[in-house]
Design a protein around this ligand. Sequence first.
Ligand SMILES: [Zn+2]
Length: 415
Amino acid sequence: MRDIELYQMLLGLTPPWEVSAVNIAPASADRPLGEIAVEVAWRSQIPLVCPSCGQGVARYDSRPRRWRHLNTMQWKTFITADVPRVNCPTCGVKQVRVAWAEDASRFTELFEAFAVQVLKAVRSKVQAQGLTALSWDQVDRIMERAVARGLDRRSLEGLRYVGLDEKSFGKGHDYVSVLHDVVERRVLDVVPERTREATDTLWATVPEAQRQGLKAVAMDMWEPYLEATREAAPQALIVHDKFHAARELNKAVDLVRRKEHRELKAQGEETLTKTRYLWLKNPKHFTERQRSHFAALQLDTLKVGRAWAIKEAFAPFWNYHYTGSARKFFDRWYFWATHSRLLPIIQAAKTLKRHLPGLLAYTKHRITNAVAEGTNGKIQLLKANARGYRNFAQYRISILFHCGGLDLYPSGCAL
Ligand SMILES: [Zn+2]
């Protein structure tokens, strides 16, 4: 068997495509891996058709092209071909489709599928680059194409419960807003910032018909999110879950601690030094050291101790299944909180009261952004892996690639 026949068989080419030559370039000083270029030619009397409209058309000319393919052993392998172009009276000059690659790609479908698989497995662009011998830009392009493919094929049919969440991005107070499908556990999309405008843009990524089918949306008590959602999906119930309430209450406890710590320090007291996380952490997850440190603090004599007790006392709210009982519980808790003489706690309680319908909605639709919290961990990891995210667009592609639950592979190449 000659090399031409061997490659014809390995590539599984069918007419009109045929291998016409196999060119071998051994490794050299400026080429660390040997390279094989398999030359493929259009060898057929099959009449040409326009790739856009399908009508029979005349050949116009041809263009040389080259695609990276899967390696042959340790040899980097390419397919090269003079691809015919046709002159269609309706569509103009078009290049005919090749059987092994998508239109705009410089990689064969099998190679792209392999690169996608490597990227999914290692979750680090740098490592994927090393394993595939691709450049940074090539990795980016493969990811972009994979996500575009996935979004194109994605169905949002039957979307009922989503979560809208903020996520810090980069240094300081830059935020991104993330929309999740909390049932299928996938990120639907992500936009920079958390303004009203940004949230509108985010909602626009969900087609109108699916927005109208939404039953409930879990989200923060953040005005722009609320406004945009009331407009995008007016029939959907807004739900604030324990994470969102905890965020408000934790903020308040921390404000009380900071003020009290300053006052105590002014009197030379270090009681509250290094206690910040003790007040924010769930005591169930304390380490032995934290447990004894916390036990040594005299809760009743500290303002932050009282603030903490009020925060903790809110927890049973989430166990109610009847709106009436949940409301009664809330009223009792609210009375206590607003009579605490702790300004941040009073303000947090008022915020919760303003959003009481969203808190009570949880008794009916027990959806949470807990899924989102899991995804957040994944997103955090991407950030850590990615020191090189040069801009938001790439960050978004990475999130959708790894957390979007998308079908990323070229057609017929699900490995
Ligand atoms: Zn045409």
